[in-house]
Write a protein that binds this ligand. Sequence first.
Ligand code: DQQ
Length: 571
Amino acid sequence: MANSCISGLFLFFALLASHGIVELEASHHVYRNLETVQSANQHYRTSYHFQPPKNWINDPNGVMVYKGLYHLFYQYNPKGAVWGNIVWAHSTSKDLVNWTPHESAIFPSQPGDINGCWSGSATILPGGKPAMLYTGIDPENNQVQNLAVPRNLSDPFLRQWVKSPKNPLVQPNAQNKINASSFRDPTTAWLGPDKKWRVLIGSKVHRQGMAILFKSKDFVNWVQAPAPLHSAQDTGMWECPDFYPVPLRGQNGVDTSVNVPSVKHVLKVSLDDTKHDLYTIGSYDSSRDVYVPDKGSVENDSGLRYDYGKYYASKTFLDSIKDRRILCGWLNESSSVADDIKKGWAGVHAIPRQVWLDKSGKQLIQWPVVEIEMLRANHVSLPTKLLKGGSVVEVSGVTASQADVDISFEIPNIDKAEAVNPSWTNPQVLCSQQGASVKGGVGPFGLLVLASKGLSENTAVFFRIFKGQNKYVVLMCSDQSRSSLNQNNDKTTYGAFLDVDPRHQSLSLRTLIDHSIVESFGGGGKACISARVYPTLAINAAAHMYVFNNGSEAVKIEKLNAWSMKKAKIN
Ligand code: DQQ
């Protein structure tokens, strides 16, 4: 462990820092004739986050448990490292960590999906039979809804899928007036008190995002309900809706059809305009088929998000093996399309997270599934230590490019926190203005990961504490501005406010580092920030990890545990 003064270095890096935001989203553009030729330079492939050997991936689809195996399907381009030619690729796992690949499960073969098999979800029908509802793109490029079921239920790997001869089951037409280019991504269906199935499809009318509701007795014939389950003004298109109950107490999950007084409901929508997964917590009246978000819920881009970094098109499923609800999400690249084509792949999935309702009832808690801990090796811990303002301490003894680190801080002199400015309402803007190099009172303190020896490259995940009127405000940031010397990447700084009272609780930060992923969980999973980064110096053995404090006040490292992460067997 080395200790040195870093304020000069931070000033230098501040001058180097780029604040440019590069728009790199590639969704729904068609790139033709791009067969993948992978380059030899593969520093950014991950070791324990899900990805196929090559090509483009996006949304997780139809995640479920069948005969004791986890099944993950995902949007995949078999022909290249950019979005297009979309099929449902398929892998299975016994532990959500190691994954075995299978042939693509659902691919264009009928008029109802001839131009693409887009996102959808699994429903477990009575008798334990899985059924997939998914969006197909028809010959006119209309978005329609289809059904596929396993060919052979005695195959635990469910390698073959048969499409319903009734496809498309639902399509936009003159009667329903649904917009044929904004009608996609069926949810897991649930049963109402009338024994009818219900499913939501994402849509919009002008700028009003909505979750259109359909009902069915037999899972084949679907009738549109008179009103959407829910909609919100001025949000734009809702992609990949997800709707599920969470128990008021405890960390267990319950089946999607459960609606009893001891649960609340969560509605998550993926906002196409901003590529953010936004959720509200509320109540579902199943006799009227209305969902009402709790009072005070924010239903625009400033609302609650699963992740305040790059994380999109997620969906949950009930893990009936362990009675928990698991969230899977897509981490898009932050590199340029040209760089993606060069490396021959794009897109990874986040570590599956267990989700449950916080004791406050006001937000969800998310935590990486416990199984990921089986990859931990070379445990390193730091004794309790005071981290003076302007200091940096290396965490050595772990593979810093492939690691799991869990740290908690105590704040001895919290009254020295700077006053909060009432105009600071957007945490992302605040983190961009006050990055890791900007000195503060209490904070910034946290981790420098994927850092080069001289710190010219690093990703800083940190906290700042401000004094508000009656409470302290905790800001969590992930600052990518110095993450790479390559200027072609999206280095947007991310931020979130964390609902923790630092007078009474220690402030914890867990970060999963995996070559080009920095996935962070603040306050025991109250705020998550995932980032994609592409260091040019801090790669493999040349990557380092540090704890830093760039505030004027000392903070105490109450505990720090770090591990190297072994490589998982993925595809
Ligand atoms: N991705 C799918 C769509 C969905 C979008 C297409 C979200 O079904 O709306 O690949 O990333």
